[in-house]
Ligand binder design. Structure first.
Ligand SMILES: Cc1cc2nc3c(=O)[nH]c(=O)nc-3n(C[C@H](O)[C@H](O)[C@H](O)COP(=O)(O)O)c2cc1C
Ligand SMILES: Nc1ncnc2c1ncn2[C@@H]1O[C@H](COP(=O)(O)OP(=O)(O)OP(=O)(O)O)[C@@H](O)[C@H]1O
Length: 272
């Protein structure tokens, strides 16, 4: 997929605020594809301004590529310099479009809002679901789990001593913060051949060990090895419990063992 690419090849341009790149956006892009004829390129023009984000730019580009998008443009692109055959937008976007270019000189197709169970999908609702730990609802609206992609950084090496090595996820500051707690999820370790592991995620402030800042850590079930520096995507499937301030490390470790048993029971794995 080409980014901000300028040439005179004909394009069908889907313009929108692709905050979260949720199910509604995915359907809009699918519909816009029907206007693409031989020799045209399918281009996405993203007028998104969300902060914090549900879906990072990096994640977005990967998903758009999977949807068959040929090109991606940022909000400051000069549309008049492109060979734009048609602009496809959702209703309500007319004004936003008019702020960025003169739509009178272009054929514009306005499609009705795409919905889930007859309701419009809003990025703000998805953000609220994440902040409340309602990951199943977030997933239903996103069309995929809430995911954060980052790099494995070093922590205080306490996890290994506790019997629960946890990778620390760095570079995730731009994302919405999930409700502090323990989640069942999946970690994708990128690399030449991506690998996936069921995971217990701890997202929060770690009051038991006097943690100060919000951190995301992941204990991969059925894994041992070195992941420092790896790019990983953490997918949140379901909230298991709230974060607690335990009376000492031993109580915390007993609860972590229980968390693993609970996770295995949910997944139908043998409980150890
Ligand atoms: C499954 C799991 C559950 C956790 N639950 C809690 C918790 O309820 N309260 C808490 O303070 N810390 C919790 N933690 C975070 C631990 O305190 C942390 O992983 C451990 O102290 C190692 O932290 P470090 O990054 O400082 O080495 C949990 C971690 C895991 C992996
Ligand atoms: N099952 C596993 N799940 C997560 N990480 C693992 C696992 N097995 C080995 N590791 C490796 O061990 C590291 C975590 O070990 P450990 O928790 O002791 O140290 P740390 O990086 O200081 O993290 P923390 O501060 O959370 O304790 C991970 O970054 C990863 O490279």
């Amino acid at each position: 997929m080409k980014i901000d690419h300028m040439d005179d090849q004909p394009i069908i341009l889907v313009a929108g605020k692709f905050d979260g790149l949720h199910r509604g956006h995915q359907q809009l892009i699918q519909q816009a594809k029907s206007y693409v004829t031989s020799g045209d390129q399918l281009a996405v023009w993203d007028l998104s301004d969300e902060q914090p984000v549900i879906t990072s730019l990096d994640d977005k580009l990967r998903i758009l590529e999977g949807l068959g998008t040929d090109r991606y443009y940022y909000s400051d692109v000069q549309v008049q310099k492109l060979h734009c055959k048609r602009i496809v937008i959702e209703e309500d976007m007319e004004q936003v479009l008019a702020n960025h270019c003169d739509p009178h000189h272009l054929p514009v197709t306005i499609l009705p809002h795409t919905t889930l169970n007859h309701e419009r999908i809003h990025a703000a609702d998805i953000q609220a679901f994440v902040q409340k730990g309602q990951m199943e609802a977030a997933q239903a609206h996103l069309g995929r789990p809430f995911q954060t992609t980052g790099t494995v950084v070093r922590g205080d090496a306490l996890g290994r001593q506790l019997g629960f090595p946890t990778l620390n996820l760095g570079g995730i500051e731009e994302y919405a913060e999930p409700k502090p707690g323990v989640y069942l999820g999946i970690v994708e370790v990128h690399g030449e051949t991506p690998a996936y592991y069921y995971t217990l995620i701890s997202a929060g402030y770690r009051p038991t060990v006097n943690g100060q800042t919000f951190k995301v850590e992941a204990y991969l079930m059925n894994f041992s090895g070195d992941l420092y520096g790896e790019k990983v995507t953490v997918s949140y499937l379901r909230h298991m419990r709230d974060e607690e301030n335990f009376d000492g490390i031993n109580v915390l470790v007993e609860q972590m063992k229980q968390d693993e048993r609970d996770a295995r029971a949910i997944l139908g794995m043998p409980v150890i």
